[in-house]
Design a protein around this ligand. Structure first.
Ligand code: ZN
Length: 432
């Protein structure tokens, strides 16, 4: 990639859309300078608006293979747990080439939806029979094929429920020991391409690891300066199980366990008590919600009132990838709260802007959850962008002062025309 100067009709500065903004991107794929630069543009984006690319901070790419499946309920209603059986059937059916194919498809689709970075919460490690970690390389291979930035959140998965052995499908997720887990992390750290790839740690959930292990992993991630992600309270059953085992709800267990939650992202928090969530945020924690997946799985709607005032601590994920659209995730984050609390403007920033806070969750908030320098158009960050077609009929009658609101509340993936990851541009595919 050579040095480029990018200029769109309008550029999102983090606050407003402004005309005449030029962005210098250096040969390493980072933003060198932003403003009224002297250099003539090498890429003039006529009729386009330039924004930071979306970050999906929580994804299981292979679950793209379930799209359109598990939506029929001949025995009456289904649940998260019946869906999980369908997911385990998929897991048992996948060989390495099919796994790569599904992940590549998900990542390509993400780019077409304006997603330039994915936080891949990766727990599916092994081919059948052996603990070979082959799918760790496979998921990186898929990300390279799609040209997406990936934070590989290598996931610890030891038990099939609190104190219970792993089931058949879960054996393909197995991490036998902390030692083996960190050995694999060291191996991955030596192989990744740091211009596009980074590592973080994850613990699948309080169902999949003992609390001593979780405490040890958190300590080690702080030592290694890695982020740590964990599924928390997506389902009531999980809360019931931890209450039986530990006398507390999952978030209360984590609050007692972590001296500081800095660098920790709790995914879902669907059934988390607001007081527990407030304590977690006060200790430095972050929250990732995945509204489309949570709706699809019938999880419930989290109470996010505790996150007010904690700007930058929210992120969004496409999770099961049943539908990939950060625009829809943003809307449904706010709409879920509107429906739950019967108010408008539930997820807002200090000045009362809903779209700005939601867009921050879909960009900078995700970048921070993944420990990455992207998600904003600022010098020093990766040159990860998306462009929006200002001539699209959906934006007729919309003034530029309300453009972000119109994008967040009135548009879909069809307005996204191109993405750029580390200075490398790709047009959105309109047919396959
Ligand atoms: Zn998940």
């Amino acid at each position: 990639v050579s040095r480029q100067i990018v200029e769109a009709d309008l550029t999102w500065t983090g606050d407003t859309f402004e005309p005449g903004v030029r962005i210098a991107v250096d040969g390493d794929g980072r933003i060198a300078d932003v403003g009224a630069l002297q250099d003539a543009p090498t890429r003039r984006l006529e009729g386009q608006a330039l924004l930071p690319g979306f970050v999906s901070a929580h994804s299981h790419a292979f679950q793209r293979g379930l799209r359109g499946r598990g939506e029929r309920f001949p025995d009456g209603t289904g649940s998260f747990w019946t869906w999980r059986e369908a997911m385990y059937d998929l897991v048992l059916s996948l060989d390495q080439s099919r796994f790569v194919e599904l992940c590549t498809r998900a990542f390509q689709e993400m780019r077409d939806a304006g997603v330039t970075t994915v936080g891949e919460f990766h727990y599916f490690h092994h081919t059948t029979g052996t603990d070979d970690w082959a799918f760790d390389e496979a998921v990186l291979e898929a990300a390279r094929a799609a040209g997406i930035r990936i934070a590989l959140l290598e996931t610890f998965y030891q038990t099939g429920g609190i104190g219970r052995p792993l089931g058949q499908a879960q054996r393909r997720f197995r991490t036998r020991s902390l030692d083996g887990f960190w050995k694999q992390m060291d191996h991955l750290a030596a192989t990744i391409d740091r211009r596009r790839e980074s590592l973080g740690a994850a613990v699948h959930s309080l169902r999949a690891a003992g609390i001593e292990e979780i405490a040890t992993i958190q300590e080690e991630t702080r030592h290694r300066k890695l982020v740590l992600h964990i599924h928390v309270e997506e389902q009531r059953k999980e809360a019931d199980e931890t209450r039986t085992a530990y006398g507390k709800r999952p978030m209360a267990v984590l609050n007692a366990l972590f001296p500081s939650a800095d660098g920790v992202t709790a995914v879902h928090c669907t059934h988390t008590e607001p007081d527990d969530l407030r304590r977690f945020l006060a200790a430095g924690g972050r929250v990732c919600v995945c509204p489309l997946t949570e709706a699809n799985l019938g999880d419930g709607i989290p109470d996010l009132t505790a996150t007010l005032g904690y700007e930058g601590r929210l992120s969004l994920g496409t999770d099961s990838n049943a539908r990939i659209s950060l625009l829809e995730e943003m809307r449904w984050l706010e709409y879920g709260q509107r429906l739950r609390h019967e108010v408008r403007g539930a997820v807002v920033d200090a000045e009362g802007h809903a779209a700005r806070r939601l867009f921050d969750a879909a960009t900078a908030g995700g970048a921070q959850a993944l420990g990455l320098a992207c998600g904003a158009i600022e010098p020093g960050r990766w040159a990860d962008f998306l462009t929006v077609d200002l001539t699209h009929p959906l934006f007729a009658e919309v003034e530029s002062d309300h453009l972000l609101d119109a994008i967040v509340f009135g548009a879909g993936n069809e307005v996204i025309t191109a993405t750029c990851v580390g200075g490398e541009w790709r047009n959105v595919r309109r047919e396959t």
